[in-house]
Design a binder for this molecule. Structure first.
Ligand SMILES: NC(=O)c1ccc[n+]([C@@H]2O[C@H](COP(=O)([O-])OP(=O)(O)OC[C@H]3O[C@@H](n4cnc5c(N)ncnc54)[C@H](OP(=O)(O)O)[C@@H]3O)[C@@H](O)[C@H]2O)c1
Length: 227
């Protein structure tokens, strides 16, 4: 049975990842900040497979890694999905150092520290999927704003590329993903994609991924996104 660990699994895209991975017969460990109030997750998984992780807190990451090591011999798919966005930092007048630092800590540093902590469980052909965003693309940025979100995802893009190079010798595949614009708390109600469509697309991309794809920035359909 293949195994997966998903962060930010209590709602939005993370919850849909868990839903579909269970249907794909994965043994899923779901990470979230407050397992006791993760009611939707608790309808999908037993409480012991839902573990506490705040991806902005390195102590919490290390604690979660120790629990996962006790549960799983290895991880086939490590999905760094948790993320946050501020919409109040759209201009020089409103951007704050705090929002920049928190976004970097959660959106960029979190995935890096999770890969570091869980590296002993990654093996040949394990997949690390970092859920980034097209908003982190410098080339695609035609409208500006969202200083903290854009810069933290751009940092994650570089982290994904670096990881792909460092982990190549161990034959670990690292993908940097844009899920599309999706209806969630973050994406809002006007987004054109449902979580079901986005995750179905991304799981299809993950299944087809080969070592030559490692380090690519792809959307949910497998199309290459410019850096
Ligand atoms: N929706 C879109 O259109 C879209 C587009 C591009 C990229 N993305 C990316 O896709 C990923 C999932 O987004 P979403 O749309 O599902 O967002 P969402 O509905 O806002 O859910 C965000 C998830 O991340 C978790 N999270 C936030 N900070 C965390 C922390 N410090 N530690 C642990 N978990 C934390 C949240 O947990 P709590 O419930 O505890 O807050 C929640 O589970 C994010 O990385 C986002 O940047 C989304």
């Amino acid at each position: 049975m293949k195994t997966a660990f998903v962060t930010g699994a209590n709602r939005g895209l993370g919850l849909e990842f868990v839903t579909q991975l269970i249907k794909e017969n994965f043994l899923v460990i779901a990470g979230c900040r407050n397992p006791e109030s993760a009611h939707n997750l608790l309808t999908l998984l037993p409480p012991e497979d839902i573990i506490r992780i705040d991806v902005g807190d390195s102590g919490s990451i290390d604690q979660a890694a120790r629990i996962i090591e006790e549960k799983l011999p290895s991880i086939d798919w490590l999905i760094n999905n948790a993320g946050l966005g501020y919409d109040n930092d759209g201009s020089l007048a409103t951007v704050s150092a705090d929002s920049m630092i928190e976004s970097f800590t959660v959106n960029a540093l979190g995935p890096l520290m999770i890969v570091k902590a869980l590296c002993p469980l990654l093996k040949s052909y394990s997949l690390v999927a970092n859920i980034s965003s097209k908003m982190g693309s410098v080339e695609d940025n035609g409208s500006g704003a969202y200083y903290s979100y854009r810069t933290s995802k751009a940092a994650l893009n570089m982290i994904s590329k670096n990881l792909s190079l460092e982990l190549l010798a161990q034959q670990i595949i690292v993908l940097n993903m844009h899920p599309g614009w999706v209806i969630t708390d973050m994406g809002g109600k006007n987004a054109p994609l449902t979580p079901e469509e986005s995750i179905r697309g991304m799981i299809g991309v993950f299944k087809k991924a080969i070592l030559a794809d490692s380090g690519k920035f792809l959307d949910y359909n497998g199309q290459v996104i410019p850096w």
